[in-house]
Design a protein around this ligand. Structure first.
Ligand SMILES: NC(=O)C1=CN([C@@H]2O[C@H](COP(=O)(O)OP(=O)(O)OC[C@H]3O[C@@H](n4cnc5c(N)ncnc54)[C@H](OP(=O)(O)O)[C@@H]3O)[C@@H](O)[C@H]2O)C=CC1
Ligand SMILES: CC(C)(CO)C(=O)C(=O)O
Length: 305
């Protein structure tokens, strides 16, 4: 299978690397400075699931360099997606389907609007990974799965082709007929988890044991559930309770990648995740007061360094 991975960051190199290791042809579509670093340092995955030095991959800086492509996987941060829209539209016009692995939901509607209803598949990445200064990926913990499924009936065959191409791979691939639900469930979790850890600059342990912050987590989860219901998303009735159990099971020092980005002084996906939820809520006249307050704090953290 010929796969174009847009973005050679933590998620892109990890899953692109594992697909390559399993026999797929992978082309990384990157910007010039990333191409230069790849040429200097190569691409390596450090992981308890197996270290791997990527071999025989292609690197492109324009879509015109890529002729054979069965699937485009998008692994950039939310704040970089808009500038990639013309490139993704061009792939979609060639009949290539797009699989975004970004956290969030608003971009799914945006991609469908720009690339076509039939062009956009659903995918959720469950992993904790980060890049080092050489552009090599470090995978922490044991979780490394990708759940993919059709958001339109015409995509079933391609999803099954991808499932076949991942058979025997080191990471866990799951084909899901309920991918919209998986996307929403992750979005509900990540919005609450990233908001509270980043705004308070604290890992989850202290936050869930403090009455005020624990109540804030529950309130954001409840608001995200209301948003999903207002948009007729197919979520579980007990999603808030289930997500609280997930949060309860995390170790005390666990934190979100947004909080890690705050600690490193990197840009934050606040407008994409929290801002996206508030815009979707506005479109259905739904107030989300706890999330709106956290968004105000986070958007200041994102700009005041
Ligand atoms: N890391 C994780 O553990 C997880 C992340 N996610 C989600 O996955 C998404 C990606 O995250 P992550 O991999 O961590 O992010 P990274 O910042 O590690 O990687 C994003 C990459 O996108 C590249 N990029 C940006 N713009 C372009 C462009 N125009 N063309 C080509 N490449 C581009 C950047 O390259 P450069 O700026 O160098 O050009 C960067 O290497 C996010 O939405 C995140 O929330 C989901 C689950 C877990
Ligand atoms: C919680 C985690 C690492 C789960 O995959 C995540 O997606 C994030 O923090 O952005």
């Amino acid at each position: 299978m010929n796969i174009t991975m847009v973005g050679a960051g933590a998620v892109g190199v990890y899953f692109g690397g594992r697909l390559l290791e399993n026999g797929c042809n992978v082309t990384f579509l990157v910007r010039e400075h990333r191409k230069a670093l790849i040429e200097k340092e190569g691409l390596v995955i450090y992981s308890d699931a197996g270290q791997y030095t990527l071999k025989e991959y292609q690197v492109a800086t324009t879509s015109q360099e890529i002729s054979d492509c069965d699937l485009v996987i998008v692994a950039v941060k939310g704040y970089h997606l808009q500038q990639l829209m013309p490139v993704l539209q061009e792939f979609a016009q060639r009949g290539v389907k797009i699989l975004p692995l970004l956290n969030g939901m608003e971009h799914i509607y945006g991609l469908k609007e720009n690339c076509g209803e039939e062009a956009v598949l659903g995918g959720v990445a469950y992993i904790i990974a980060t890049l080092d200064e050489k552009g090599h990926v470090h995978h922490s913990g044991s979780q490394h799965s990708l759940v993919v499924g059709p958001l339109h009936p015409s995509q079933q065959q391609l999803c099954q082709q991808l499932a076949k191409a991942t058979e025997g791979s080191k990471f866990i691939f799951k084909y899901s007929e309920a991918i919209e639900q998986a996307l929403w469930h992750k979005y509900i979790f990540i919005t609450a988890f990233s908001s509270i850890t980043t705004a308070c600059d604290a890992p989850i342990g202290v936050l869930r044991h403090n009455e005020a912050t624990a109540s804030l987590i529950s309130n954001v989860l409840l608001e995200m559930k209301q948003l999903a219901l207002a948009l007729h998303a197919p979520i579980d009735d007990d999603i808030v309770e289930k997500t609280l159990k997930t949060i309860e099971a995390l170790h005390d020092e666990a934190t979100s990648s947004m909080h890690q980005d705050r600690r490193k002084g990197l840009p934050l996906e606040v407008d994409h995740l929290q801002g996206g939820a508030l815009r979707l809520a506005k479109s259905c006249n739904l107030p989300l007061p706890h999330l709106a307050t956290l968004y105000a704090v986070l958007s200041m953290i994102a700009v005041v360094k």
